[in-house]
Design a protein around this ligand. Structure first.
Ligand code: NAP
Length: 545
C-alpha cells in the first residue's frame, strides 16, 4: 500500500492528505482498528470528535456511569502484555477507570499520534473515478483514503425529545452523554431527571446520595436488577489474570459474549419451588446472569417470561416502602428483557428517601419546559439542574447524521429512510470500500461490546489485507446479498419476544424512526460463523474489482 502522500487535482486548493484508510471514531473500536491496520503497514488516520480517546467512556461522564459487563471480560483480549499490565479495581469498573484504561492502551500502543482530535466528520463522499472516499470535518479539513471505516458506536447520537420550550430552561442542563468534564455539586440543589432507562438508573442512584431534592420524570417503568458490584480482592486479581484466556474463551461461545449464557432448560422444566430458588440465586449474583444466564425460553415464550417478570415485580414491591409508589415503578407494558435491563445498586431504595419524588408521566404528561423547570398536566416543578437521560438515536443515528454519499451521490440517510440495509452489518450496497464496524444488523449491537468489536475489526482487517494481497481496489456488497442478510436478520429475531417492545433495539424510542430490530438476534457465535463463511468463500456476496 502507498505511504503518506499529499496531492490535489485542483492546484488552487490546499493539498489533501491521502491515506490507505480513514477511521471515524477513537473509541474501543476505532483504537483497535487503527492498531490492527497500522501493524499491517497501512497508512491510517483516525478522526475523533472528542478531545481524547474513549468514545462512549469519553462522553458519558455522568455520576454513576459504569460497566454492566464484568471488567475482566470487557478489556481488549488481543494482547497478553496489556492484559498482564492492567488491574481492574472493581468487578464492574466506573467510567473514570475505563477511560483511564483506554488511555493506557492508546499510550502503550502509541496510537494517539495517528488520531486527529476535536475533528468531527461532517461528510464523506465516494469517488467512483478512483474508488476513494473523501471526508470533511466540521472545520472544513479534508482527507482522502481508499477505505473508510466507521467506528462511531451504537449509542453515540444523543437524543433529546422535542418537548415544547426545550431550550428555554435557564438553569444548568445536560444530556447525560454531554456531561461536563468538571465535577457537578448537587448539594442543596433541586434536580430534575427526565428518563428512567439504564443511564437514568445509574445517575439517579448516585445523585440521590447528595442532592437537595430530586424529581424523576418516568414515562415507562423498567425491570431493574441488582448489579452486585464490589472491589476485586488481591486473591481474585491473581486468579483473574491466571484465567483470562478461559474467560475470553467462555465469552467467545456465549450468545451475547458475556461470561453468562442461557440455561438450555425451559423455565417449565423445573417446578415452581426450584424455579423460585434459581431466580433468588441469580438475583443475588453479579451482572447480567439474571437476564442472560437464565432459562433460554424467557426470551422466546410469553409464559416463561411471565414467571421472571412477576419475580422482579415482587422484588420491587418488597424494596419500595410506599405501595402506590412501588406500583408506579412496576413495569407492566413489556416483557422482561425485551428492553435493555438496567443494572442497579440501590435504585429502588432511592424512592424511600423523603427528598426524592417520582412523577409518573403516564398519569401527568410533560406539557412543556419553562425557564425555571418542567410543567406537567398537573403542576410546575422548579429546578436548579435539569438532566436529560433520554437516550440515543441508536445504531443508525451516528451514521445518518453525517452526509455519507455513495455511488451516484446517494445519501446513506436516504437509502435508510425505511430502515437500515446492510450486508453482515459491515457493508452497505452502493457504498463501496466503506466498512461499518458495529453497524446495523451486526451482533455487536447486542453484545459485551469489546468482544464483538474485536471480531468485527479482525474481519475487516483480514478483508482489507486480502484486497491488498490480491491487488484489488474495490469491494462492494451486492444488493442481493444485502436483501438475503436482511431476511435472515428478520427470521432470527421473529422467534423472540424482542419485537414486542418499544425499545431502542427496535428503533422505537425515536419518533418517526422505522420500527425494526437493529441488531443481529442470533448471537455472536452464529454471527461469527456467518462472517467467517463469507470470507472463506472468497468474500461471497461482495463484488471485488
Ligand atoms: P434509553 O434506555 O433509551 O432510556 C431513555 C429514557 O428516556 C427512557 O426512560 C424513555 O422513556 C425516556 N424518554 C425518552 N423520550 C421521552 C419523552 N419524550 N418524555 C419522557 N421520557 C422520555 O436510554 P439510556 O438510559 O441512555 O440507555 C441507552 C442504552 O445505553 C442502554 O440501553 C444501554 O445499552 C446503554 N447503557 C449502558 C450502560 C452500561 O453498560 N453500564 C449504562 C447506561 C446505558 P420510555 O422508556 O418511555 O421511552
Amino acid at each position: 500500500m502507498t505511504a503518506t502522500q499529499t496531492g490535489s487535482s485542483n492546484p488552487h486548493r490546499t493539498p489533501v492528505p491521502e491515506f490507505d484508510a480513514i477511521i471515524i471514531g477513537a473509541g474501543i473500536a476505532g483504537l483497535y482498528q487503527l492498531h490492527r491496520l497500522r501493524k499491517l503497514g497501512f497508512n491510517v488516520r483516525a478522526f475523533e470528535a472528542g478531545s481524547g480517546v474513549g468514545g462512549t467512556w469519553y462522553w458519558n461522564r455522568y455520576p454513576g456511569a459504569r460497566f454492566d459487563s464484568e471488567s475482566y471480560s470487557y478489556a481488549y483480549s488481543f494482547s497478553q502484555e496489556l492484559l498482564d499490565e492492567w488491574n481492574w479495581k472493581e468487578h464492574f469498573a466506573p467510567q473514570p477507570e475505563t477511560l483511564e484504561y483506554l488511555n493506557f492502551v492508546a499510550d502503550r500502543l502509541d496510537l494517539k499520534r495517528d488520531i486527529e482530535f476535536n475533528a468531527r466528520i461532517e461528510a464523506a463522499t465516494f469517488s467512483e473515478a478512483d474508488n476513494r472516499w473523501e471526508v470533511v470535518t466540521e472545520s472544513g479539513e479534508r482527507a482522502v483514503a481508499q477505505f473508510l471505516i466507521t467506528a462511531v458506536g451504537v449509542l453515540s447520537a444523543p437524543y433529546i425529545p422535542d418537548i415544547p420550550g426545550r431550550d428555554t430552561f435557564t438553569g444548568a442542563s445536560w444530556h447525560t452523554a454531554h456531561w461536563p468534564h468538571e465535577p457537578v455539586d448537587f448539594r442543596d440543589k433541586r434536580v430534575g431527571v427526565i428518563g428512567s432507562g439504564a443511564t437514568a438508573v445509574q445517575l439517579i442512584t448516585e445523585v440521590a446520595k447528595s442532592v437537595g431534592h430530586l424529581t424523576v420524570f418516568q414515562r415507562t417503568a423498567n425491570y431493574c436488577i441488582p448489579l452486585n458490584n464490589r472491589e476485586i480482592t488481591a486473591d481474585e486479581q491473581a486468579n483473574l489474570h491466571a484465567r483470562s484466556g478461559d474467560i475470553f474463551e467462555q465469552c467467545r461461545h456465549s450468545f451475547g459474549a458475556f461470561i453468562h449464557d442461557f440455561d438450555p432448560r425451559s423455565a417449565f422444566d423445573v417446578d415452581d419451588a426450584e424455579r423460585e430458588a434459581i431466580y433468588e440465586q441469580l438475583y443475588r449474583e453479579p451482572g447480567f446472569g439474571f437476564w442472560l444466564g437464565n432459562f433460554h425460553d424467557i426470551m422466546t415464550d410469553e409464559k416463561a417470561n411471565a414467571t421472571i417478570a412477576e419475580f422482579v415485580r415482587r422484588k420491587i414491591r418488597e424494596r419500595v416502602r410506599d405501595p402506590e409508589l412501588a406500583e408506579k415503578l412496576t413495569p407492566r407494558d413489556h416483557h422482561f428483557g425485551t428492553k435493555r435491563v438496567p443494572l442497579e445498586s440501590g435504585y429502588y431504595e432511592v424512592y424511600n428517601q423523603p427528598n426524592v419524588t417520582l412523577v409518573d408521566l403516564k398519569e401527568t404528561p410533560i406539557e412543556c419546559i419553562t425557564e425555571t423547570g418542567v410543567r406537567t398536566s398537573k403542576q410546575e416543578y422548579e429546578f436548579d439542574v435539569l438532566i436529560f437521560a433520554t437516550g440515543f438515536d441508536a445504531v443508525t443515528g451516528a451514521l445518518t447524521r453525517m452526509d455519507i454519499r455513495g455511488e451516484g451521490g446517494q445519501l446513506l440517510r436516504d437509502k435508510w429512510r425505511d430502515g437500515p440495509l446492510t450486508y453482515l452489518g459491515l457493508q452497505i450496497a452502493g457504498f463501496p470500500n466503506l466498512f461499518t464496524v458495529v453497524g446495523a444488523h451486526n451482533a455487536a449491537n447486542f453484545c459485551n461490546i469489546p468482544r464483538c468489536i474485536e471480531q468485527n475489526v479482525d474481519w475487516v482487517t483480514d478483508c482489507i489485507a486480502h484486497l491488498r494481497d490480491h491487488k484489488l481496489r474495490r469491494i462492494a456488497a451486492t444488493e442481493s446479498a444485502e436483501r438475503e442478510w436482511q431476511q435472515h436478520c428478520e427470521e432470527v429475531v421473529s422467534g423472540t419476544l424482542f419485537p414486542t417492545a418499544n425499545s431502542w433495539f427496535m428503533g422505537a424510542n425515536i419518533p418517526g424512526k422505522k420500527r425494526m430490530f437493529l441488531a443481529y438476534g442470533g448471537g455472536l457465535p452464529r454471527y461469527r460463523e456467518k462472517c467467517d463463511d463469507v470470507a472463506a468463500r472468497g468474500y461471497a456476496g461482495f463484488a471485488l474489482e
